[in-house]
Design a protein. Sequence first.
Length: 154
Amino acid sequence: MNKFTLSACLSALLLAPTTPASAQQVIIAGSLTLAGYRASCGPIETVVMEMYDIAESRDGRIFLNNKLMSRPRAQQMFWYTHECAHHIFGAGEARADCWAVQQGRSHGWLTPDEFNLLGRAMISHSGTAAHAPGPQRVAAMRSCYNRDIYAAVN
């Protein structure tokens, strides 16, 4: 390869548009704040990044879409708690939804009005192999939300 060709190749590389790496923020366990509320899932780290889904659990971490951070606190907390439930209970989506809304109700960050807003945000989803369609999913979540979670103790 002659000097001219090598120089042309290097120039082309330097002038080529670059795609910036997706910025991500790794938050150590116990240090996550969602809309002013401390959120924790035991020893599980959280990664906030640009991603297709709103949230997911994998590789021993919780991943949150960076766009989630601009949503209302109850929605941020629901999705984080839903993903935490996967670390506790496994892959079941209905179980994760149920536990998340019960935690929200018992800890006070998911009021009835906030539950309705969350439901409206989820109702139009068509569903996937793992997730029930929006109307069924929200109905199941409402049943969990309204259930007396302390009834079995008495």
